[in-house]
Design a protein around this ligand. Sequence first.
Ligand SMILES: Cc1cc2nc3c(=O)[nH]c(=O)nc-3n(C[C@H](O)[C@H](O)[C@H](O)COP(=O)(O)O)c2cc1C
Length: 170
Amino acid sequence: VIEFAPAEMRRFRQACAQFATGVTAVTARAGDGELAALTANSFTSVSLDPPLVLVCVGVGMSAFEPLSRADRMAIHVLTAGQEEVARRLATSGLDGAGRLHGLDWEPDAAGTPVIADSAARIAGPIVERVAAGDHEIFLVGAETIEIAEGFPRVLVFHRTDFATTQAMAA
Ligand SMILES: Cc1cc2nc3c(=O)[nH]c(=O)nc-3n(C[C@H](O)[C@H](O)[C@H](O)COP(=O)(O)O)c2cc1C
C-alpha cells in the first residue's frame, strides 16, 4: 500500500485533475424513501453488452450512506446550463432532499429522482459495488436511457473549474 505525505497527496490530486471530464448528477432513493443526490465526475461507461456504467462515491460522503441502501441509481449528464445543479448537488450540509429542493425533478416509476433537461440520463439497478480505497465503485445497469434532442453543449470539469463544450454537430 502506497502512503503519501500531504504534499505528495496534493500532487496526486493535481495530476488527476489534469484529466478533463464531464459532470454528472447522481440520484437514488433508499428503501425507506430517503433521497440521495451528489455531483460526480467519476462517471465512466464500462460495458456495451451488457450495458454497464460506473460511478465512484467516497465512503465519507454524506450521500454514500443513503446510496448504499438504494438498489437503483440515475446518472444525469449535465448540460452547459446546469452548472447550478452541479453546485447544489455538491453542497455540504444538505441531504439529498435538500440538494434537490427547488430543482426541476420528479420521481420515475421506481421512485428514483429524475432531474429535467439533462443532456442524457442513464438509470437502472446497482448490480455490483466494489470497495476501492476510500471510495466505492457502483456498477449500474443501463436499463433506462434518455437523450436530449438537439445536441446541447455539456458541462465540463477541469482542474478546479467548470467549463463547457463548444457547440458540436451530430
Ligand atoms: C465537479 C465535481 C465532481 C465530483 N465528483 C465526485 C465523485 O465522483 N465522487 C464523489 O464521491 N464525490 C464527488 N464530488 C463531491 C460531491 O459532489 C460532494 O461535494 C461531496 O460529497 C461533499 O458533500 P458532503 O460534505 O455532504 O459529503 C464532486 C464534486 C464536484 C463539484
